[in-house]
Ligand binder design. Sequence first.
Ligand SMILES: Nc1ncnc2c1ncn2[C@@H]1O[C@H](COP(=O)(O)OP(=O)(O)O)[C@@H](O)[C@H]1O
Ligand SMILES: [Mg+2]
Length: 484
Amino acid sequence: MSIKTRLVFSYLVMLLIPVIMTIVIAHLAGDYYFNDLQKYGVGHSITTVKGALIERENQFSQIKNTLLQSPDKLLDTNYLKQLDEQLRNISSGIIVRKDNSVIYMSPKLEGFESDKYLPEFGRFVQDMPVSFKGGDNRLILSQQDFYFTNGSKGSVFLATDIHPLLSLFRRLSITVAVAVIVILVLINGVLTYIIARRIINPLRKLKDSANKIKEGDLDFDVDVESKDEIGELGLAFNEMRMRLKGSLELQHQYENNRRELLSNISHDLRTPITAIKGYVEGIRDGVAGSPEKMKRYINTIYSKAVDADRLIEELFLYSKLELSKLEFKFSEIDIVKYLEDCMEELQFDLEKRRVEIAFNSGGAEPLKVRADVQQLKRVIINIVENSVKYMDKEKGRIDIELNAEDGRVVIAFRDNGQGIPKEALPYIFDRFYRADSSRNTSTGGSGLGLSIADMIIKEHGGTMWAESAEGQGTAVFFTLEKTL
Ligand SMILES: Nc1ncnc2c1ncn2[C@@H]1O[C@H](COP(=O)(O)OP(=O)(O)O)[C@@H](O)[C@H]1O
Ligand SMILES: [Mg+2]
């Protein structure tokens, strides 16, 4: 659930639950108070408010019936006293008025200023509450007008004391109000606590993780499990941590490669130069006695100088390519013919190193591509050199394949050498990268060969990639754009 829906949900709960509970509580409290009138000294045999109201209604109807049959009965004090007896049960009393003077008032109503409050004959509108004795007692008055048999105007009033009922209402209101406040505090408190906990706890975890990352610790999992925005943040955090870790590791690898490269360069440069120095010293000291010996010395010196020169050239070329300072001279060439020539040229050297090379053009038509012949040759040499260098089979083999596609040609060099470990494959085109460098140190190399080739192919508008099966061989591919 997202934080937004959670907030909306808790808002609704905060609204609905108090409303529903208030209604229920008011109902229950109402039942409790109104059905227990005796407790508050109202009735004797009647216990509910509803019962009391019905009883009052009944009593008043009976009085009206009596009036219809014999109105003068209201002059009979015995009858009135008996009536009073019954009315006490419902906290009521009666007042009888003949013409303008009150001729009977129940003792219960003592102190009631009848002149002040009783409506005139024929003026009564409806039952109404009246206060007396300083507003402490409140009465409900009902009035019935009639004529005595001698024609005098008569009114009978039923007055019910509602003071206990009012105190009941007061108690009820206080109970309900207190209940509402308690419910609001409880529900809001609990919901706020739950929501805050589900937001604050994960945030705290994220903060701890951020601190760990700040300290450089990247080997942990950010465990924020919630499925909301904070959970997503946790996932993003985790990914960031993993990327950071990966890039740090790569950086580390580069650092190591660079360090190794420096030591390789110094080592590789030193070897031919030491040799050159030794042979030159030999000549100077007259060790090369015969012309043949002299010629051998000079040849060795030359080939050592070539080695040193190559290494320096490779570094120089790489830095020029990286700085985009190398100029390319593009021309249109027939790639089929070009590869055939290349193969012939390489064959001589490869035979000596017991590696067979084959190009099956399948009698293809001439295929025109755009290329810088000199740089393209370097690409091919770098690839083939690797195949030879990392060859571990008795009978080495390199197969060149050519495939024309829409707008481009794909050229593949497949060897049956030692192959490249899966985890190293994505990096072999990176500068200074050498797979399993410990195993490779004997073969020498800068880790620049393939990245130089890749940069050259990119300048041609092509791409370069490799496939490999460890122990079985490697295939290196690159593409060139066809000309129209
Ligand atoms: N044909 C191949 N067979 C096996 N491994 C290869 C081959 N070509 C490249 N590699 C791997 O790729 C790495 C990068 O190649 P490269 O850039 O030419 O550097 P190097 O100077 O080591 O030859 C090599 O160190 C080697 O581990
Ligand atoms: Mg190489």
